[in-house]
Design a protein around this ligand. Structure first.
Ligand code: GLY
Length: 579
């Protein structure tokens, strides 16, 4: 009870802190580029930037007590599984790019979900040859074997200073003792009630016994999730992959037409990969390789534009946006053919990030008119990809950095909790192309790069990124947003390194998204009508129906200070400087 009250006080403090006008939080500290009109949070000894405030405080506390960025990053990952069930998870998967200063080493940890041994390419295709969307998105068959526990454990055991049990402990307490529901969680639970309350386990956790909703400030406890977290604290990852949790997940699957077995759980593999690397005007970019498509195609777009003086053309000017759209069109066309799990498909990474290839495809962009997507690559459109997911960034005083993006795919995954675990299941397998061998209206097939196969990882767009300047981490960033992630991270990085904006301004500027198909640019409000008129006269088509694109959490390190910003598009996010 005492600990619960302390946690409540901490949460209230954090909420009050993040609600203060930003200048009040940093009145004694330097600013950079205040001319940009947006002021970042400042820290001297480290920083976390996270989509949810209580988990951010967990990470900041660890940094303040001497833990490193990886300790804090893993603790945030577990804490978000409790406090941000919309996307935080131990039932999903993701990617973490880690830089360890003492070893001058940067690695990309791939803890993406993996399909079951019984999976096949037409798993969700019905007798009429159509995709059964309910099966693909809202059934246990949409779940891959979760990778988060293996990913966080690898990170902390190899690069952290604390034990796995120590980094899980705050999450365990938050699950066991509860935490005060915040505005955005209340509203997400209300919005997702039909789906979540249809599952008896999720209903029991997220709504009160009388069926009413939790209101902001009320305490949400998650007893079964606490038991699962405690089992991992006590027994390590084996509790999840071969022990009591694996048994409960496999039993739940067997009882409900799911595919994941004990053998599948035990066969899960986490990979430490070489990050995909790029350079842009003196900066070095380390980002996520396949099975994410994110890093490859972001670097491809940056390569295409490296020889253009975008700064002279102007930020979000018609000329710059034209080049952005045409680069996005090309990159996403390539992505539709070539992105997939490298264990199953030979993704031509070297070619896609080759500077000569970039020059060749840049030269195909006319400066006076938009191209048609159908002229850029003759393949099929891609699946819908959910905009949920979450990103956080951490930097510490030793020069280490963590850029982590992970997800359940949809908000709250498929909305199903494996019985007795308190763990929401992902619907990540919906990221596979479900009709990969079916010809489209033009007779084209998209091939097998991202077709579902047994124990394969679906293509992702997640783009956790670290940008280096003079060999040290300069910018750590990433975003949720499904297929739009790559473009959001690309624009955020460009805002900082091409347009020289401070990180708060870079996070705030209006964004665009073109994904090749549909042949349409989504655009946030804030781009001038004159600019849109010019672009429309060149043949560009816009869709302003979607309100916002992405939700970044970013940190810049320069001149001995950490500067951070969470996206102003999101409520209840926090950036905390350690001083
Ligand atoms: N499920 C979203 C992604 O992996 O990009």
């Amino acid at each position: 009870m005492k600990v619960g009250f302390k946690l409540l006080l901490i949460a209230v403090n954090v909420i009050v802190f993040t609600m203060l006008p930003v200048h009040a939080q940093e009145y004694q500290l330097p600013q950079y580029s205040s001319r940009d009109g947006f002021v970042p949070i400042v820290g001297r000894k480290g920083m976390v930037s996270v989509r949810e405030t209580i988990a951010a405080k967990v990470g900041a506390d660890i940094l303040a007590k001497g833990g490193n960025a990886v300790d804090a990053g893993a603790a945030i990952g577990f804490a978000l599984a409790v406090t941000y069930p919309q996307a935080g998870n131990i039932g999903g998967g993701g990617f973490m790019v880690v830089h360890m200063a003492s070893e001058n080493k940067t690695v990309a940890i791939d803890y993406r979900e993996m399909s079951a041994g019984a999976a096949k390419h037409d798993l969700y295709v019905d007798e009429e040859g159509k995709v059964n969307q309910k099966l693909a998105k809202f059934s246990r068959q949409s779940s891959g074997v979760p990778g988060t526990v293996a990913g966080m454990a690898l990170a902390v055991e190899k690069y952290g200073t604390m034990t796995l049990a120590q980094v899980i402990e705050p999450a365990y307490r938050l699950a066991y003792e509860g935490f005060p529901v915040y505005t955005q969680l209340e509203s997400s639970l209300v919005r997702s009630k039909e789906r979540l309350s249809a599952d008896p386990e999720a209903n029991k956790v997220f709504y009160k016994a009388d069926g009413s909703n939790y209101r902001t400030g009320e305490i949400l406890k998650q007893a079964d999730l606490a038991v699962s977290l405690k089992a991992i604290m006590d027994e390590g990852t084996s509790a999840f992959y071969t022990g009591s949790i694996a048994e409960k997940i496999a039993a739940d699957m067997a009882a409900n037409d799911g595919l994941i077995t004990m053998e599948d759980m035990a066969a899960y593999e986490v990979f430490e990969r070489e990050p995909v690397m790029g350079t842009y005007k003196g900066y070095t970019i380390a980002t996520m390789p396949p099975p994410s498509s994110g890093g490859v195609h972001m670097i491809q777009m940056m390569n295409m534009l490296e020889n253009d003086d975008l700064k002279a053309k102007g930020h979000n000017s018609a000329a710059t946006l034209h080049l952005y759209i045409e680069s996005m069109r090309q990159a996403y066309a390539d992505r539709s053919l070539y992105a997939g799990d490298p264990a199953f498909f030979d993704v031509p990474v070297d070619k896609l990030i080759d500077k000569d290839y970039a020059k060749e495809i840049r030269a195909r962009i006319p400066m006076d008119r938009a191209r048609l997507s159908s002229d850029v690559a003759p393949t099929k459109g891609l699946n819908y990809e959910s905009p949920e997911t979450t990103h956080y960034s951490v930097m510490d005083a030793q020069g280490n950095a963590v850029s982590n993006t992970y997800t359940l795919n949809f908000g709250f995954g498929n909305g199903i909790m494996a019985a007795g675990t308190g763990i929401l299941l992902n619907n990540e397998l919906d990221d596979f192309d479900h009709l990969p061998y079916e010809p489209d209206a033009n007779g084209n097939v998209s091939g097998k790069a991202n077709a579902q196969e047994p124990r394969k990882r679906p293509r992702s767009s997640m783009t956790p990124t670290i940008v280096f300047k003079d060999g040290t981490p300069f910018l750590v960033t990433g975003s949720p947003g499904g297929g739009t992630i790559i473009n959001t991270v690309f624009q955020t990085v460009m805002n900082v390194i091409e347009f020289d904006m401070n990180v708060a301004a870079a996070s705030s500027k209006p964004r665009i998204n073109h994904q090749w198909m549909p042949d349409m640019t989504a655009i946030e409000s804030g781009v001038s009508q004159d600019t849109l008129n010019i672009l429309e006269s060149m043949g560009h088509k816009f869709n302003s129906g979607r309100r916002t694109l992405g939700s970044t959490n970013s940190i810049v390190y320069r001149d001995g200070y950490f500067y951070g910003a969470h996206d102003p598009r999101s409520m209840n996010a926090a950036t905390i400087g350690v001083n």
